[in-house]
Structures are given as C-alpha cells and as structure tokens.
Design a protein around this ligand. Structure first.
Ligand code: SF4
Ligand code: SF4
Length: 378
C-alpha cells in the first residue's frame, strides 16, 4: 500500500507547519526505517527561477525550514539543492537562493546550500552531482522531495514526480523539452526520472498554490491551505489530482502511469483532513498548443530553435578546466579549443566551470534575427 496524508494548513506559520508535518510523519510513515540518522538529507525544493515566495512559483522557504529542522533534530546533516530552469551558474544559483528566501533559512538553521558545479551521466541523463549521489546506493545522500503545487502548461500539473526534473543538469533540461515537445513524450521523461529516483518522502507545498497558466510568472497564486505528504511521488500526485477534481484522463501523468500499471486505485490509502471534500474551481492551464501541431511539421521547426555552447577564443586561456568537467568528452585542445557538437549534450557544465567566462550560449542566427525584428516593433 502507498500512503498519502493531506493536511490542512492555512498559513505559512513555520511552527504550525513543523508540528503538523512531524506529527504526520510519526503517525503515518515509518520514517526511522526510511532514514538513518547518519544519512545526509538533500531537501529538493522546486526553485524554478528567481521568484519571491508569495509568487507561488517556488517551494516556500518555511516548508524547507520546517522539514529541515525535523531532520536536524534527528541529527542528520541537511542540504538544499535544485537545478533551476535554463542555464544556471553558481552566481545565478546564489541569486535564486537569496530571492526565494532559502539563503536566510539555510543560514539560520545550518543547512548547506549545494551548487550545480558538476554532473554525472546516469541512464543517459546528465544529473547534477548531488542528484546522482542521491540515486547511488551507499553514497550516504538521501533525497526528500519538497515540491510545489502548481499548474504546468505541458503537463497540466507539476507536483512531486515532475519536481524530479530539477535533478537534471543545466541546459539538458531545455534540450529534453526540445526533443520531447509533445505532452505524451515528455510524460515518458518524467516517468523515467520517477523510476530512477522513487523518493521515499514527498511533501508538496499547496498552502499557496499556482493556478492558471503555470508553472512560472503567467500563473496565478491561489490559497489552497494544503500540505500533502506521500511515500511515493506518483501516488502523491494521484491523490492531489483527485483532490483538485481532475479526471484521470485529463492528467497525462496519471493517465500514462495507469496504462503502465504503475498506479492502482486499490493500492492508495489517503488520510485526509479534507474528509473527502474536493477543491472546487481550481483553474487549469490553457490547452498546450504544441499538442495540436502534426509531428512531421514539428520535426521541421525544431532545428530552428536550437542553441549550443560556444567558445569565445578572445577570452579563453586554454586552462583545460572545461575539458575536465565535460561528461561527454566533447572538448579537445590542440593549440585552440574545439567542441564536438555531435557528442555535446548541452549540459553547460563547461560554461559553468570556465573561470574566464569564455563559454556562452550561441542561439541559432535565425532566432536572433527574429528577436531583433520583434524588438523593433515593440
Ligand atoms: S575553461 Fe574556459 S578558459 Fe579554460 S580552456 Fe575552457 S573555455 Fe578556455
Ligand atoms: S561541451 Fe561537454 S560540458 Fe560543454 S555543454 Fe557540451 S557536453 Fe556539456
């Protein structure tokens, strides 16, 4: 059986959140068997971008504080990590930690903030080093999945399973989106990540959720007053989707997981403070336009939106750092630096690690031209 507990928590009051989550963990989940006191706990929030907590785009810092404190009290070292959208270097990550309120919470409680400094290939996916460690038995790192309850233009909702997308390193996330533009294909990517990680503790922050055209600035914050805890990411998402009154056939993740036999109604036990009540009028995103474009036409358009890392030879000092970090050995040196784009997977680790800012993104010239024309008419 998989268990999901739905708590009613009206406001971001850290003391109340901590008491209620701790009580639920002690009563409903065998937490001492899942986590050893020597485990290094990696809290994995949704930190999509630089956004204030009240924008409901990122997991609220007080959820992170409450859960982190619970583990600290047990004696575990606590870390916070995510791989936000787009290309994020250490400086960008710092800004995201600061703007989302995580930095202050980490400083006040002795949590360590992790940075996307290196990646490792696992199952053909470049993962951030900390995610690869959480995935490796015996590494000592264990993930606690701290997702945000949000709508998502491609997936309808982004909850616990989709939050695992933030384990992927750098721009490979954008690359995967590009390679799997339709909801159906992208769902398979999310399910692959779920299969790889299967976090044993998932907590979804829905006190202030994001409705409408999420998952970022176009969404609308809405107060739901919910915190949902589950021992399985898919079943957690299933319980939330039902609570929001979404039919299984209208949620691509749930629909596909059921087809695969990964979700079974009879294996879900829900303990809910909502007492069976469903949330009414939660606004979902507009239909995803790409799903209505025929696949052959999409194939033609896709190369036009490509981008890739490019070396600025005026800045490059041939220090070789990028060669060391490239997970696909796509960079070679012979008087000048060369990139083999057939090997490159666009993780952008080379760019993140270059001490001279000599590697940047090069966008397709056609797209650059369109952007310039667009700016002229603004
Ligand atoms: S890390 Fe930067 S400066 Fe060093 S070789 Fe690579 S591109 Fe050049
Ligand atoms: S060259 Fe290597 S490190 Fe740089 S983006 Fe490509 S695969 Fe990643």
């Amino acid at each position: 059986m998989k268990k999901v507990v739905i708590l009613k928590i009206e406001d971001y009051n850290e003391a109340v959140i901590k008491v209620k989550i701790k009580e639920a963990l002690e009563k409903h989940f065998d937490i001492t068997n899942i986590f050893d006191t020597s485990d290094k706990i990696v809290l994995k929030p949704n930190l999509l971008m630089e956004a204030a907590a009240n924008e409901a785009i990122t997991t609220h810092p007080l959820i992170i504080e409450a859960v982190g404190k619970i583990f600290k009290e047990k004696g575990n070292p606590v870390f916070v990590a995510d791989s936000p959208g787009g290309f994020v270097g250490n400086k960008d990550m710092d800004l995201i930690y600061e703007k989302t309120g995580i930095k202050a919470v980490a400083q006040n409680n002795g949590f360590d903030l992790l940075y996307p400094t290196q990646s490792a290939i696992v199952n053909d996916m470049p993962l951030c080093w900390w995610a690869a460690d959480c995935n490796k038995a015996g590494s000592g790192f264990k993930m606690v999945n701290l997702a945000k309850l949000k709508t998502h233009d491609v997936m309808v909702l982004t909850l616990a399973a989709k939050n695992l997308y933030g384990c992927i390193s750098g721009l490979f996330k954008s690359h995967l989106h590009k390679m799997h533009p339709k909801t159906e294909d992208f769902t398979s990517v999310v399910l692959k990540l779920y299969e790889m990680f299967k976090p044993k503790l998932n907590i979804v922050d829905g006190i202030l959720a994001l409705s409408g055209n999420g998952p970022a600035k176009r969404g609308k914050p809405v107060k739901l007053g919910l915190v949902v805890i589950g021992d399985d990411a898919l079943y957690t998402d299933y319980a939330i989707s039902r609570t929001l009154g979404i039919k299984d056939k209208n949620n691509p993740l749930i629909r596909e997981a059921k087809v695969r036999g990964w979700l079974k109604e009879e294996e879900l036990e829900i303990v809910s403070e909502l007492k069976g009540e469903t949330i009414k009028n939660f606004e979902l995103p507009d239909p995803f336009i790409v799903n209505s474009i025929p696949a052959p036409l999409l194939k033609l358009i896709m190369p036009l939106i490509s981008f890739r890392p490019a070396i600025d030879s005026r800045k490059c000092r041939l220090c070789g750092k990028c060669i060391q970090v490239c997970p696909k050995r796509a960079i070679t040196i012979n008087k000048t630096l060369r990139m083999d784009y057939k090997r490159c997977i666009m993780c952008m680790c080379c760019s993140e690690m270059c001490p001279h800012a000599a590697i940047d993104l090069r966008v397709n010239p056609l797209i650059r031209g369109i952007k310039k024309i667009y700016k002229c008419f603004q």
